[in-house]
Design a protein around this ligand. Sequence first.
Ligand code: AMP
Ligand code: MG
Length: 425
Amino acid sequence: MIKQPAPPDIAPPPLRNDCFALPAGVNWTPVDEALALLRERLRPVKAAISMRSVRAFGHILATDVVAARSNPPQPNSAVDGYGFAGAIPEGAHVFPLAEGRAAAGVPFNGTVPAGQAIRVLTGAALPAGVNTVILEEDVNVRDGHIAFHGPLKLRANTRQAGEDVKAGDLVLPAGRRLTSADIGLLAAVGVAEVNVYAPLRVAVMSTGDELVSPGEPAGLGQIFDANRPMLLSLVEQMGFEPVDLGRVGDDPDVLRARLNKAAEQADVILTSGGASAGDEDHVSGLLRQAGAMQQWRIALKPGRPLALGMWNGAPVFGLPGNPVAALVCTLIFARPALSLMAGAGWQMPLGFDLPAAFEKRKKPGRREYLRARVRDGRVEAFHSEGSGRISGLSWSEGLVEIEDGARHIAPGDPIRFIPYSSFNL
Ligand code: AMP
Ligand code: MG
């Protein structure tokens, strides 16, 4: 009989009671502390450029904008009707009509004599001698006269010059990301050119030997690179300029070269995968070697590990490979940091306290984010917290944020819900 060789003298590690316990002796940075550090250390990095206002939607103002012209520029009629000098006391009134009319863009150039009225249309500049307008529905017109009942207040149915914005007023502050409404406001107050920051270029790359691109044949053990297309579109949706740096295997030399290229082409680098402390986690390894900013391990779920560092002057957000964690870390950490670097200031998402539709017990030690949505005024959480469950990202319409300490959430308890729209998504 052949004797079995003796097994190697190696024992499995002792089981942990709590596999989510934080390793002893490791300093985990609380989320708020990590955010405060980013806020303190990062600065706007882009130069200002001049741009036509009509093209500037989504760009960030580099300087305050003051109105070049008042809105409205002159007093005008708010309705179709008849204008005269007010105010008008109670009782019946008959005014003779002056010859002519005032329409939007076609002013009446004469002066309307006291005691006479003139036809005016909505948006028409008020002629000299007119400060009050009566609605056409409230008037009888016959034989070149109008008849109506008072009283009518002085300046009724008119808009005053500058009642909305006065020439010289600050209309939009530096740091503002221009909305469609802002584009309209700029036009209305006669501002045709604005100074905006050049767009922040954000490089995105995926790391991992297991990745193939969607559309390529995928063999055993291979998975499609979901993070890169997700993060590239996320970067674009957040209003930055995405730079596709492709996919890199778990090879430190290739990764080093790709990081060099990324730092040349972009202002910030987002990597996903390889941010942990394992043998093939080369993002964190390289960042540790470069060592310009310490690698932070942030007390966040889903999220750890998240590696932050500098590479040739470009901040690197070494995001976890799990798609859910990659997305959450991008929204919670990268977004405010990118906003600051882009010139829009530090931007935290708006959350709302709403009753929970679920129960959950959470241990102390790290902040937690759940994929969630609101139905019938209550917050539902995705049925699984698995951080590879990318379908839950599509299912969800926002995140639930649970504070760092322990918490027992019972149905009906208030919890903080942050809709994706709060992240500009
Ligand atoms: P890592 O952070 O590299 O240890 O990866 C954690 C998990 O995320 C692993 O299961 C990876 O296969 C997966 N993963 C990493 N990168 C991607 C990616 N780009 N798309 C989808 N899954 C990924
Ligand atoms: Mg990996």
